[in-house]
Design a protein around this ligand. Structure first.
Ligand SMILES: Nc1nc2c(ncn2[C@@H]2O[C@H](COP(=O)(O)OP(=O)(O)OP(=O)(O)O)[C@@H](O)[C@H]2O)c(=O)[nH]1
Ligand SMILES: [Mg+2]
Length: 830
């Protein structure tokens, strides 16, 4: 080794030390290389004030990680989602994959680039590898260099225009590909290569040829590229031709219905009927011509189409692979269907054979006696919709005689069902799921109706009495304790005995209230004890509002409130509403958005609630969020389904109904680590442990064996507030937390603890599933934080989809890449 190289290395290592020191909290010692704790990276919050030329920087080269969160601006990668806090990070990395690789280079980057890169660093460093690594260089190069290079090659090929061969900057905005041969063209070449597009987006040489079936879902969905080179009207025409021209249609032999290939006229019959199966793809299906139920072979029904079509073979008993011993029109139904039938109060013991007609009326086979209508009840329709079972359209023209009179206008969203991604949201009591749900509803859902608002108002008004009664009960207890203590004072050191005990009995104490209020208190507590509150309220609301206000302001109650930690049933929001008792109780009161957010009992406490939204509903997300993306179908719908904590306790019976959920969003309040949880008959337990148990059992639930999980760590604000007073090691499971000392403030400690807990859960999840757990943090009371969380969820879905489709294997590739790969010196060394 020459002396020159030695000095070079020396200087390098000094630079590293200098850079590290800047990243560490002020005064923190430079850790040993061996014990370097890289979770400190979450602290990093901006470019270092060092000459950029000499700073080792982080260059994003990981291809598959580019996504909407890493969209490119001016050639640099930047996190689109602004960080909700210094510590906002996603732990979406998989230690076993190479997708997190980041190469380190000494390239000269501008400040701005450095900033972007450090963003990337902050968000992307593989937590697992960081934790285990002993060397920064290794940690940031956690992927193998070979893989990085080959991924890049693939991408380069993918992103090359098939006509001009250029990888010019237009390519950052995507390419348009041929629906037959997948050749891609940049916006400069697309018209030259595809001509007037009489059959949609096909190379001129591919016209007349059948399309690539993988691309069928994107038929008729235009991209932004086309809009750049054609007028909107032209694009509309091209898209129309693409969906309608003969060459692009399914061929009858691609469809097998009830075990038989279709003929030409059968295909025509399907497409010609008034309610055809939409978005039909080649495959094997079953069809029940009496009820109109239609599904994929071996699966539950998927939709209801026109009945009485003469297509395919005879419906088989095992068409949907049911195992319930209950039969509909000769088909053994699936568990989910049976459950819905039971909810619709249809008696169905084993070995029942039903005859179901297309209007939902049913009878037992051979009895000739209509027993009822399955779809009669709105609740059944709702439950069916939630469980992805089809429901017939609600149309006045619907009739048994003429089943094909459904007007196409009334065909509901279920026809688009396959593009609805269900996200299941739950967690233990108080984790914040209803707050998140309400925020999401405000952000993307429909406005509350007048009736809903009225109900919310009544809920808020009666909550006042609930809170008051908790306080009054606490007051009584504290008063008794206080007087008892004074009755039996501990002997003083001088041996003086309890002298004036008798007179204490009649004495007032700080917890005492006047006779009049005592009277009201007794009355209210009695009503609460009987559980008869609804009989008195809201009628009594306005009448008693002044008393409520008076009691709340009474010094005794204020003293009681000071000990709210001892009142487990008093939520934090009590003060928010009690402070405004008079206003809230008035007839004219209209709950504000904030009131609704804070109000308890707005989302059902023992069941399901759901909202549907599409990507376009992101009203908080910046416009340029989608700028660089291929056009996303506005039809990508998401359904956020919240299962209440009570519903979860119920033997988790809901879960098995959601096998088709695209994602489980498990919510845990970070601030629960030192809270006690007691429910049911079980002994009190640490709340974080209770969450962990529920998490574990959910992960092991067979219904979710293939479903990605996202862990939402909620109440980050409360977590930050308390972490310095109450160490997280108070929780048995978190005993081995060993923060890098000294932490100069709550934020830094909180972010380290957050990382630590995220890692705990990631490892737990990995040990059960062998997969990666996605982790995100929220402050559910802040709307922006929930919006960001939802964006993250949709992003994870996208990643998962890409993964399932074999990333970049086909055209809909939404990843972006900024110029050439910088070969890291470390990669080169390997
Ligand atoms: N400080 C803080 N409070 C929150 C946050 N999220 C929710 N809360 C409060 O925590 C309490 C419980 O939240 P909920 O949303 O009702 O929790 P939940 O999961 O629906 O719980 P159940 O209704 O018991 O099933 C409410 O008083 C919320 O206002 C948060 O991010 N920070
Ligand atoms: Mg709640």
């Amino acid at each position: 080794m020459t002396s020159e190289t030695v000095t070079e290395q020396d200087t390098d290592s000094k630079k590293w030390q200098e850079a590290l020191r800047k990243m560490l909290p002020a005064g923190a010692p430079l850790p040993d290389e061996d014990q370097l704790d890289y979770s400190i990276a979450v602290e990093y919050d901006g470019p270092l004030p060092l000459p950029t030329a000499s700073i080792p920087t982080v260059d994003p080269v990981s291809i598959s990680r580019f996504s909407r969160f890493r969209k490119l601006q001016n050639g640099t990668a930047k996190s689109v989602v602004s960080r909700p806090s210094r510590a906002s990070n996603q732990f979406d990395n998989d230690s076993s994959s190479n997708t997190n690789s980041i190469s380190v280079s000494n390239a000269n980057l501008s400040d701005q680039q450095f900033d972007s890169c450090s963003d990337e660093f902050e968000n992307d460093v593989d937590v697992d590898s960081v934790e285990n690594s002993t060397n920064l260089a290794n940690s940031v190069n956690s992927g193998s260099s070979e893989n990085v290079v080959s991924e890049t090659k693939n991408l380069s090929k993918k992103k090359m225009c098939n006509r001009c061969g250029k990888k010019n900057r237009f390519l950052l905005r995507g390419i348009e590909s041929c629906i037959v041969c997948d050749a891609g063209y940049c916006s400069n070449c697309v018209l030259k290569a595809m001509g007037s597009m009489p059959e949609g987006r096909k190379c001129v040489s591919c016209i007349g040829m059948p399309i690539d079936e993988l691309k069928r879902p994107s038929l008729g969905k235009s991209s932004k590229i086309l809009l750049r080179v054609c007028s909107p009207l032209e694009v509309a025409q091209i898209m129309k031709a693409e969906t309608e021209c003969k060459a692009n249609q399914l061929r009858p032999e691609q469809l097998i219905v009830n075990g038989r290939q279709l003929h030409d006229e059968e295909l025509a019959e399907i497409f010609g009927c008034s309610v055809p199966p939409q978005k039909l793809k080649p495959g094997r299906y079953w069809y029940d011509k009496d009820s109109g139920l239609w599904g994929k072979e071996g699966e539950k029904p998927d939709r209801i189409i026109s009945s009485k079509l003469n297509i395919g073979g005879k419906l088989q008993l095992d068409a949907s692979n049911g195992n319930t011993k209950v039969f509909i029109n000769g088909r053994e139904i699936t568990k989910v269907e049976l459950r819905v039938l039971k909810m619709a109060n249809v008696q169905c013991p084993r070995d029942t054979h039903f005859w179901v007609y297309d209007d939902g009326s049913y009878e037992e086979e051979g009895q000739n006696n209509i027993k009822g209508n399955i779809w009669g009840k709105a609740s059944t329709r709702l439950v069916s919709a939630l469980f992805s079972l089809p429901v017939p359209p609600e149309s006045p023209s619907r009739s048994k005689e003429d089943p094909t009179t459904f007007s196409s206008k009334s065909v509901p969203a279920y026809l688009e069902k396959e593009s609805v991604h269900k996200l299941l949201l739950f967690g233990i009591e108080g984790s914040g799921t209803s707050t998140i749900f309400k925020q999401a509803k405000c952000l993307y859902g429909k406005k509350y109706t007048a009736e809903e608002l009225q109900n919310i108002k009544l809920t808020i008004q009666s909550n006042l009495y609930k809170y008051l009664s908790v306080l009054l009960e606490g007051r009584e207890r504290f008063e008794e304790e206080f007087l008892f203590k004074n009755d039996h004072p501990v002997l003083d050191a001088d041996g003086s005995s309890p002298g004036e005990t008798a007179s204490n009995r009649n004495k007032q104490c700080i917890y005492s209230i006047n006779q009049r209020l005592k009277h009201f208190s007794d009355w209210l507590l009695e009503i609460m004890a009987i559980g008869d509150m609804d009989a008195f309220f809201p009628a009594a609301t306005r009448e008693y509002a002044p008393v409520v206000d008076e009691i709340w302001k009474d010094p005794a109650i204020q003293e009681t409130y000071k000990r709210k930690e001892e009142l487990p049933f008093l939520p934090d929001v009590a003060r928010y509403f009690l402070d405004r008792a008079i206003e809230v109780s008035s007839n004219e009161y209209e709950p504000s958005e904030k009131d609704i957010l804070y109000a308890e009992g707005v989302t059902p406490s023992n069941g399901l609630s759901s909202i549907e939204f599409s990507c376009d509903d992101h009203n908080l997300s910046s416009d340029d969020y989608y700028d660089n993306f291929e056009y996303q179908s506005p039809l990508t719908k998401y359904q956020l389904i919240r299962i209440s904590s009570k519903g979860m306790q119920d033997g988790c019976r809901w879960l098995e109904m959601f096998e088709d959920a695209r994602m489980v969003v498990f919510c845990i309040a970070l601030s629960d680590y030192d809270q006690v949880y007691s429910h049911g008959t079980g002994p009190p337990q640490n709340k974080m442990l209770a969450s962990k148990e529920l998490f574990e059992s959910t992960v092991k639930n067979p219904s979710f064996s293939d479903t990605p999980f996202v862990l939402l760590f909620n109440k980050y604000d409360a977590f930050e507030d308390k972490i310095n007073q109450s160490p997280i090691t108070n929780c048995e499971w978190l005993k081995d937390f060993n923060p890098l000392k000294p932490h100069h403030n709550n934020q830094s400690l909180a972010s380290q603890a957050y990382y630590f807990m995220a890692m705990k859960f990631k490892k737990l999840y990995f040990s059960i599933t062998g997969r990666k757990l996605f982790v995100w943090q929220t402050r559910a009371l802040e709307r922006k934080s929930v919006d960001e969380a939802v964006m993250y969820l949709t992003e994870v879905l996208k990643w998962e989809e890409d993964k399932n489709e074999g990333v970049y294997g086909n055209a809909g590739d939404e990843s972006f890449y900024s110029g050439e790969v910088t070969t890291s010196p470390y990669v080169a060394q390997e």
